[in-house]
Write a protein that binds this ligand. Structure first.
Ligand SMILES: [Zn+2]
Length: 91
């Protein structure tokens, strides 16, 4: 794993902790930073990062905290508190 990947990993962990600590704005800053690093280094963000971040508002999503997760027609539907939803095929 390269330095950029490690930083992204670390930022995802920090964002997760920030949401748990009721500091969604701090979590958003980490998410945006991680996205920027990925862009600059032409990296694809890890799947777990993509699943647990909101494309609309950059929130780091923790189901039961700032996101609702439900299953619908073979998809996992994740709804952020901002109202945006994302659908992923069920595995
Ligand atoms: Zn959102």
């Amino acid at each position: 794993m390269g330095i950029a990947e490690e930083r992204i990993d670390r930022l995802a962990a920090l964002a997760r902790e920030a949401v748990a600590a009721d500091d969604p704005d701090r979590a958003r800053r980490y998410v945006r930073l991680a996205r920027r690093i990925a862009e600059r280094n032409r990296l694809t963000l890890p799947r777990s990062f993509r699943r647990f971040t909101c494309d609309a508002c950059d929130a780091y999503l923790r189901p039961g905290r700032n996101a609702r997760v439900r299953l619908a027609d073979g998809h996992v539907v994740v709804r952020c508190d901002c109202g945006a939803t994302a659908r992923y095929p069920y595995e």
